[in-house]
Each structure stands twice: as C-alpha cells, then as structure tokens.
Design a protein around this ligand. Structure first.
Ligand code: SAM
Ligand code: DTB
Ligand code: SF4
Length: 338
C-alpha cells in the first residue's frame, strides 16, 4: 500500500461515506444502502476496504471432509443429509481415524492449510465426541489448521475440542432471524447463537456465515450480514454459500439468486467485516471463472479446495490451480506450525 493510500480514512462513494472499521450494531438501513449502491461503487469500496488489511492476491485455502454423512434428524430445508428427505446420498457412520488422517495428508500435499471435518449431527453426544478429538489431534499433528462442524454444542464440549487442538468451529446462522424459521424448525436461531457463544468462550476461532438463494429477500441478506458483523468479536471466517439445489430437498426448485446479487452480498460482507476471511463456499460449480474473479475483486479471500464439499461437487484442485494461475492469485501460507 502506498503512503498516499494509507492517508485516506474514509471513502466517499455513491453518496455514502465508508470507512474500514467493523460495522457492528449499525442501522440495517445503512447496510441496505450499501446493497443499493451502483455495482461499480460497491465493488470499488469493497476492494478498498479489502486492501487496507489483506494482500489482494492471497487466498486462504480449506479442504472439507464429511466424517459422518447423512441420517441427520434435523429438517434444514436445503440439506441433502436430513433423514427426512429422499436425496439418495451415500450415508456412512463416523469414518475410521486412519482414513481421516490419509485424507488430511492428501489435502495438505495438494496445498490446503486448513482441514474442516463435518458431521451430520444435530449435535454430538459426549461419547460421540471422543473419536473426533482423536481426529483433531492427528490432523493438527500434520501441521494443518483444524476446523470442525458438528452442529449444536453442549456445555463443556467446546472446551474439549479446544483442548484437543481445534482451531476453528464452523456453525452458521444461515439466514436472517426472521427468514430462518421458514427453513429450519428443529432448532432455533437462539440455539445457534448459544453454540456460537460457547465456541467463543472456549477460546476457539469462529467460522460463521450463511446461505443465500433460498428465496429470502435482500433485506434478509442485509440482516444476516449485520447479525454476523455484530457478533463480538466478528467471526474470523465467514463462509457465504449459494444454495446448491439438491433433488429431494424442499428447496429444490427455488428461484435462483441472480449472480450480481450474490456478488453484492460478498462485497457487503467484506465491508461490514473488514478483517474476516470471506469464503466463497457452496455453489462455486455454478459460477463461471469470470464470476469467481469478480467475487475475489469484491473481497472474497478464501475457498473450499477439493473435489467435494460434504456431499456435493466442488470445482476440483486442477480447475482451481488453473484459475489461481490465470488470476495471479496465491494460496495463503498457513498460520499453523507443523
Ligand atoms: N450438521 C452441522 C450443522 O448443521 O451445523 C454441520 C454441517 S452443515 C452441512 C454446514 C452448513 O452447510 C450449513 O449450515 C449450511 O450453511 C451449509 N449447507 C448445507 N447444505 C447446503 C446446500 N445444499 N447449499 C448450500 N449450503 C449448504
Ligand atoms: C459451510 O458454510 N459450507 C460448507 C461447510 N461450511 C461445512 C458445507 C457446504 C455443504 C454443501 C452441501 C453439501 O455438499 O452437502
Ligand atoms: Fe443436519 Fe447440518 Fe444438514 Fe441441518 S445442515 S440437516 S443439521 S447435517
């Protein structure tokens, strides 16, 4: 960053004055006004905020593994893993430790720096947590950052995860508080906030985001982002998923979200949470390379890397390596020492 760039404290753009500070507790109308900006103004502001704290060519790379798949009792209307929907996915119980370790080693060799283990629980029972703690220890020993997403956590569980060496816990708010009950009825927004509080109190880093393209309004998207931005401190990682429509789930056939609206969502997330890693998450296989390039310009600086997300497809390492090379992007170095 040049000295002259550093001196600018506020950016005047499209009639708005934007700084590079967290937007916790701001009026929702201000967030909606950001969404309403002409696209070029919004992208310029997001890129300006992004450059204040990040190297614009560096992208954090995480790999996902579904360590327990399907047969989930919850009714999340987007999710292929709920036992209530006939989606025909391959389900399996908890994977053996050696398979998880081998997958993590492959992810590391391919260039991922964080390994995220997902399990289709409403929340783990204490005895179900034991073998997962072993997985965390082994993955950590490989020199990877560790992340887990296991659903709701009870008292004491976040501390046990932290003691095993977990770095991040992923638990999403998914949508605005008012739209949420249209998507999930088996657990409340308050349940989710409680788990996020437990994760923070245990000293874990928070990975928390949502899904767009479920039929929610722009106001809902603004509200979701403002709620995320008002978590104190703001989440270190913010995955923004675009709904992957899976046949058999209630949300299959929902109106697709316009790409430019998705792009705006990324840009607004960047501006509201200037120090967070904003992750381009589910839905990337539906985006062209040009669309992904725009998302990086809007401030996305993290991706899921690998052939699969949990049960659905991801672009694959070869495609992403090619994209990074064409765009001059570099995978970020790990904060984790082997
Ligand atoms: N069962 C745990 C839970 O719900 O917290 C962890 C795994 S769950 C699959 C993690 C997140 O994946 C969800 O909160 C949701 O944001 C995202 N997700 C699931 N299915 C999706 C889909 N079809 N399209 C986009 N995102 C999806
Ligand atoms: C997140 O926000 N997205 C990831 C991760 N956290 C666990 C999961 C996306 C799942 C997409 C549907 C599937 O592959 O089953
Ligand atoms: Fe279960 Fe998580 Fe899927 Fe909801 S999102 S049905 S809790 S696996």
């Amino acid at each position: 960053m040049s000295a002259s760039e550093q001196q600018i404290e506020k950016l005047e753009v499209g009639g708005m004055s934007i700084d590079a500070e967290p937007w916790a507790g701001r009026p929702l109308e201000d967030v909606e006004a950001l969404f309403d900006l002409p696209l070029n103004d919004l992208l310029f502001a997001a890129q300006w905020v992004h450059r204040r704290r990040f190297d614009p060519s560096s992208v954090q790379v995480s790999t996902l593994l579904s360590i327990k798949t399907g047969a989930c009792p919850e009714d999340c209307a987007y999710c292929p893993q709920s036992i209530r929907f006939a989606t025909g996915i391959d389900t399996h119980d908890l994977m053996p430790l050696d398979e998880v370790k081998a997958a993590a080693a492959r992810a590391k060799a391919a260039g991922a720096t964080r390994f995220c283990m997902g399990a289709s629980y409403r929340g783990p029972k204490d005895r179900q947590l034991e073998p997962i703690l072993d997985m965390i220890r082994e993955v950590k020993a490989l020199g990877l950052e560790t992340c887990a997403t296991l659903g709701l956590l009870r008292d004491g569980q976040a501390e046990r995860l932290a003691d095993a060496g977990l770095d991040y816990y992923n638990h999403n708010l998914d949508s605005s508080e008012s739209f949420y009950p249209k998507v999930i009825t088996t657990r409340t927004y308050a349940d989710r906030l409680e788990t996020l509080g437990r994760v923070r109190s245990a000293g874990l880093k928070v990975c928390c985001g949502g899904i767009v393209g479920m039929g929610e309004s722009r106001r809902d998207r603004a509200e979701l982002l403002l709620t995320l931005a008002s978590l104190d401190p703001q989440p270190e990682s913010v995955p923004i998923n675009r709904l992957v429509q899976v046949p058999g789930t209630p949300l299959d056939g929902a109106d697709e979200l316009d790409n430019f609206e998705f792009l705006r969502t990324i840009a607004v997330a960047r501006i509201l949470m200037p120090a967070s890693h904003v992750r381009l998450s589910a839905g990337r296989t539906d985006f062209s390379e040009e669309m992904q390039a725009l998302c990086f310009l809007a401030g996305a600086n993290s991706i899921f890397y690998g052939e699969k997300l949990l049960t659905t497809d991801n672009p694959g390492t070869e495609a992403d390596d090619r994209l990074f090379s064409r765009l001059g992007l570099r995978p970020a170095q790990s904060a984790q020492q082997p």
